[in-house]
Design a protein around this ligand. Structure first.
Ligand code: AVJ
Length: 310
């Protein structure tokens, strides 16, 4: 997985460090090392999301079969390695075209080549784009369009951004088209906090990799161990937050500037919003979609939402 973009993104990894409340956009988590660490996160025992979503997809095949009851094009936002998509491609007929959209051109080209070999009868056409910015779809010749946005990536958007983003996606669609959206649900905060602060320390390494990235890209030498990983569920906002907390008073020298950081001061590095079905109904209302169906695991940790264009 490569694209997890926050729309409230400064162009520069450093710019938020000069603000009163220091922050770094979560989009900077995904350099090469960070993308590898995220892949490891998806296999952690505490990180239930990825395996739960895959299981929901696999256990509700009749739902997806009825979505694709006519010749269709499957359009995936932030396709990465298209792991979850294979569940749909393997079991559902009528997917005549698959359009993976990903920001990483190289990665996308490899994925398309591999998939085309495995699925010779499906027309696969990659679009290399930042899907949070306006983009156009190839001509899909009147086929039903189904947008697939799995992985609870929507959680990285601020709520207003999520509305605007889905509103833009809606403008690419026509009545009859649909959206399949994967979201992580609100739940006991100890479960959520453990998922973002695993015992093996992989999520801590993922967060601290931001410091390594600053050191590499801005010839800095910040001590990575001078920050500790903090993951906190903010229940009033319905989101888990990641922070880097300074273990001491320090002055960072980066990009020809100095930045004072106090002991216990935090740099906010990620928000990941959690959505219950009522939140999804609301999000759909303000972006032109009607929630049709919610499929969840038995613990109701994760939901895959089927939304139709209105
Ligand atoms: C890729 C945004 C879905 O929020 O769960 C994982 C990123 N951050 N562990 C998430 C993430 C810390 C992930 N998303």
């Amino acid at each position: 997985m490569k694209t997890h973009l926050n729309v409230k993104a400064p162009s520069n990894i450093l710019s938020g460090l000069f603000e009163e409340k220091k922050w770094i956009s979560s989009k900077f988590l995904y350099d090469e090392q960070g993308s590898q660490l995220f892949e490891q996160i998806t296999d952690l025992p505490e990180y239930y999301q990825t395996r739960t979503e895959a299981r929901i997809l696999l256990e509700n095949l009749s739902t997806w079969k009825s979505v694709f009851h006519e010749p269709s094009a499957l359009i995936e936002l932030g396709s990465g390695s298209s792991k979850k998509t294979k569940i749909l491609l393997d079991h559902v007929k009528n997917i005549e075209s698959y359009i993976p959209i990903d920001i990483s051109e190289e990665f996308l080209a490899d994925t398309v080549t591999q998939l085309q070999t495995s699925y010779p009868e499906i027309h696969i056409q990659g679009v290399s784009a930042d899907y949070t910015q306006p983009f156009t779809l190839p001509d899909l010749k009147g086929k039903k369009k189904v947008i697939f946005f799995p992985g609870s990536t929507i959680g990285n958007f601020e709520p207003g951004e999520a509305e605007r983003f889905l509103g833009n996606i809606r403008s690419l669609l026509e009545p009859g088209d649909e959206l399949i959206l994967g979201v992580d649900r609100k739940k006991d905060e100890t479960v959520i906090e453990a998922a973002y602060d695993d015992a093996a320390g992989v999520t801590a390494a993922f967060n601290k990799n931001l410091i390594t990235r600053i050191n590499r890209e801005h010839e800095a030498s910040i001590d990575v161990e001078s920050f500790s990983h903090v993951a906190l569920y903010n229940s009033s906002a319905g989101r888990i937050e990641m922070h880097l907390e300074s273990v001491r008073d320090q002055v960072l020298s980066v990009g020809g500037h100095t930045i004072e950081v106090k002991k216990q001061e935090r740099i906010h590095t990620e928000n990941s919003y959690k959505y219950d079905p009522e939140d999804i109904i609301q999000l759909g209302r303000s972006s032109g979609f009607l929630l049709q169906r919610v499929v969840s695991d038995e613990r109701e940790y994760f939901s895959v939402c089927l939304m139709e264009v209105v």
